[in-house]
Design a protein around this ligand. Structure first.
Ligand code: AMP
Ligand code: GLY
Length: 429
């Protein structure tokens, strides 16, 4: 079968890497892709924003399956366009993508279904939002309702900060995404990323992961899309996984089906593991980035078969196998990230780095210029390694990074610290 993958990040490179190993694959196309994905797929000039162009390409190239990586095309309804055109695809409908596209939608669903999450208020008027805010304890979390590329969340330590965040949303700092605001209780605990495939009715839990959102060592500095990740997440014990499935994931899937918007795809729950148990911070309707990079390093089964089973409503009898090993990825970013990164700087030494035992280098934002590889984004490389322990995976990843000659980039030097501090003990998936 010919497959078209939409996206251009490290997540898509890791998905392309896993799909390339599938016996079901004839030819893989990726739009728009990056310099690393180009080794595995034919790159095509598609972004997912132009739905019609995706349908036309799929028809012309006999595409049997379209896999949609990022959230923006899902939230804008690429899945519905493909359904209408009779093209099989992986990724939820526009209605089901509201789980990521509207934080207020998800909070209301949690309220109605009794899913554990922080208390909240949802506002489209500044005056009502301010009145609610004044009654809340600190710290307090202010979020733009819609997609804001990870930038629409402020954890305010003072009322002045919270009010400034409200003003930013209502004055259009996040465009339409901020015209509605969610004010939310601050949850205290350890974060974890939880992934499950759903075919609309049945749910299959994937492995767990933890990412590092802050740009600096010791989890300091501004939030980013993620500076590194590892799998499994020791905080996700078998008991915590079971509670997450029964208290959060399964009711969500059942609730969405009951509302006539069945969720078909991968549901990514951002969790806070609190003293009371798992609480939902937010949902995403796609694979995590960089979590996918570590999940794919541990997946033994055929990914393409699993994604097809998800689309075909055939997960009831499906299972996946995972390596017991740990995997860890370190994000290398262009200087300036998460602000404006320097682009066009040359990266050398990738071959030597990729030859380190147990290491795969996924490209996140690169382009080729003749024989040279150039940085072309904020997050640029994901240096990913497997090991018997998280400590071994970490040592391998940083050994590979030492071979990369890229003065224009930087990375954190402590990815995995939390798991290593726990004596590198391994939880089951
Ligand atoms: P989000 O984009 O909703 O994932 O938020 C980005 C990050 O902000 C999360 O990964 C958390 O670290 C933090 N965050 C968001 N909401 C809350 C909350 N209610 N309590 C504590 N931290 C939060
Ligand atoms: N790593 C978090 C995300 O993909 O949103």
């Amino acid at each position: 079968m010919n497959v078209l993958l939409i996206g251009s990040g490290g997540r898509e490179h890791a998905l392309a890497w896993a799909i390339s190993a599938s016996p079901l694959l004839d030819k893989l196309y990726c739009g728009p892709g990056n310099a690393g994905i180009a080794d595995l797929a034919e790159l095509v000039a598609l972004t997912g924003a132009d739905h019609k162009a995706v349908v036309e390409f799929a028809r012309r190239h006999d595409i049997g399956f379209v896999i949609i990586g990022p959230e923006a095309p899902l939230v804008s309804g690429l899945g519905d366009t493909l359904t209408a055109a009779g093209i099989k695809h992986f990724g939820p409908s526009k209605a089901a993508s509201q789980l990521e596209g509207s934080k207020g939608f998800t909070k209301d669903l949690c309220r109605d279904l009794g899913i554990p999450t922080g208390a909240y208020g949802r506002f489209s008027q500044a005056s009502a939002a301010r009145a609610y805010l004044a009654r809340q304890p600190l710290p307090i979390v202010v979020k733009a309702d819609g997609l804001a590329a990870g930038k629409g969340v402020v954890i305010a330590q003072t009322m002045a900060e919270a009010e400034a965040a409200l003003d930013a949303c209502f004055s259009g700092a996040f465009g339409q995404a901020g015209s509605e605001v969610v004010i939310e209780e601050f949850l205290d605990g350890e974060e974890a990323s939880f992934f499950a495939l759903s075919d609309g009715n049945h749910v299959l839990a994937l492995a767990t992961a933890q990412d590092h959102k802050r740009v600096g060592n010791g989890d300091t500095g501004p939030n980013t899309g993620g500076m590194g990740a590892y799998s499994p997440a020791p905080v996700m014990t078998p008991r915590m996984i079971e509670r997450t499935m029964t208290e959060i994931i399964q009711p969500t899937i059942a609730g969405m089906a009951a509302r006539g918007m069945p969720f078909k795809g991968v549901l990514f729950a951002g969790l806070m593991i609190t003293a009371k148990g798992p609480q939902l911070i937010e949902y995403n309707v796609r694979f995590g980035d960089p979590e996918t990079q570590v999940l794919m390093m541990r997946l033994k089964s055929d990914l393409l078969t699993a994604l097809l089973a998800t689309a075909d409503g055939a997960l009831a009898t499906f299972d996946l196998r995972w390596l017991d090993d740990c995997a860890l990825t370190v994000v290398m970013a262009g200087r300036g990230y998460p602000g404006t990164p320097e682009k066009g700087t040359e990266i050398r030494g990738l071959e030597a780095a990729g030859a380190v035992d147990g290491v795969e280098i996924f490209h996140a934002g690169t382009r080729r210029d003749g024989a040279r590889i150039l940085a072309d984004g904020g997050r640029v490389l994901n240096v990913t390694a497997r090991g018997k322990t998280v400590m071994e995976a970490q040592a391998r990843a940083y050994a590979a990074i030492a071979k990369i000659d890229w003065p224009g980039g930087f990375c954190r030097s402590d990815i995995g610290w939390r798991a290593i501090a726990r004596d590198a003990s391994r939880a089951s998936v």
